[in-house]
Design a protein around this ligand. Structure first.
Ligand code: HEC
Ligand code: HEC
Length: 277
């Protein structure tokens, strides 16, 4: 999994350098981060943009707008101008939408790279919860607030650390990017025993494996014949398809609600520090 943290760091860096270079005439999005605006933008995106950029903005005739590094570097004003003027010489069309609607789309485009807890969610979180602990079998491998398995990453703060698109990608293509610390490993012991699981601790002398049943094997390397690192995630590749139709959106809606720190806490902290200075 790509970490949102890296993205946020890149965004912060881009914004800082941008602010230094530009004068005070920068047009600010009056609707930045506002859920009703993001929702209105999402609706307009479906009608006017999804045909080229994909229903989940994952790309098609136009580039993907999720996990899109170029967008981190653009200011809100620059995105506004792209939507207004289009990109000449390409099929990205200009538009005559009023300012308000254009800013709503800017808010939506931005939300595609924000933590899931701040994005527009279409699924039903209650259904998602039922799937997570029931037919989806997620909780056999993942914990939330201390309940569930340990084979997969803890998802207690998933809504704050992963974007909607990262959550979707984790479920649709688990092996595309393996979360560090959860690499799959197959071990053959000298006595012929085979063990598969995720490697928890690894040194020159020992290796600890958590197997699919959640059993921890503390292995002395002296007893190990071969260690094979596997590029396939231990998370079942077909897990998204095994859910009921719409189930993936419901599970995303449930995970988007999983945040340790209430939204705004970081904001408040920052403001207080400025007050002191
Ligand atoms: C007919 C197809 C088409 C439609 C409709 C369309 N786009 Fe695009 N869009 C493109 C293409 C192609 C590009 C890339 C142009 C280039 O090569 O730079 C693009 C680029 C963009 C970019 C810049 C992305 C980047 O990586 O720099 C944004 C943002 C964007 N579109 C948003 C939208 C939004 C929002 C809408 C709906 C209002 C929309 N587009 C409608 C085809 C389209
Ligand atoms: C058999 C165990 C297993 C099951 C069942 C399982 N997962 Fe996973 N999951 C993993 C492992 C192992 C990883 C880490 C490796 C990787 O990135 O694929 C992971 C990674 C993830 C990640 C990425 C987390 C991060 O911090 O990057 C998400 C999100 C996720 N799983 C959600 C789910 C959901 C939702 C379900 C149920 C529909 C589910 N998983 C079912 C084992 C499982």
């Amino acid at each position: 999994m790509t970490r949102l943290f890296a993205a946020v760091t890149a965004l912060a860096a881009a914004l800082c350098s941008g602010q230094e270079m530009r004068s005070g005439s920068e047009k600010k999005n009056p609707l930045a981060g506002q859920k009703p605006a993001i929702e209105a933008g999402a609706k307009r995106f479906k009608e006017g943009c999804a045909a080229c950029h994909g229903a989940n903005a994952e790309g098609g005739r136009g580039p993907k707008l999720v996990r899109n590094r170029d967008l981190y570097r653009l200011t809100d004003e620059q995105i506004f101008d792209i939507l207004r003027r289009g990109i000449p010489g390409t099929s990205m069309p200009p538009s005559q939408m009023p300012d308000q609607q254009t800013w709503e789309l800017v808010s939506f485009v931005r939300s595609l790279n924000s933590p899931a807890s701040q994005a527009v969610i279409t699924g039903n979180p209650e259904n998602g919860k039922t799937l997570f602990y029931g037919d989806g079998h997620c909780s056999t491998c993942h914990s939330i607030r201390g309940h569930g398995g340990l084979i997969g990453p803890d998802l207690t703060d998933a809504g704050a650390t992963l974007t909607v698109s990262e959550l979707r990608e984790s479920m649709e293509h688990p092996s595309a990017e393996i979360t560090p610390g959860f690499e799959t490993v197959s071990i053959k012991l000298k006595d012929g025993t085979e063990i598969e699981g995720v490697a928890k601790n690894y040194s020159n002398y020992s290796i600890d494996i958590l197997d699919r049943k959640g059993e921890l094997h503390l292995l002395d390397k002296a007893n190990v014949a071969t260690i094979t690192w596997n590029k396939q995630s231990l998370m079942p590749a077909d897990i998204a398809k095994s859910l009921v139709p719409g189930g993936i959106d419901d599970v995303i809606a449930f995970l988007a609600q999983q945040v340790v720190r209430p939204p705004g806490a970081a904001e408040r902290g920052r403001r207080r520090r400025q007050d002191i200075e």
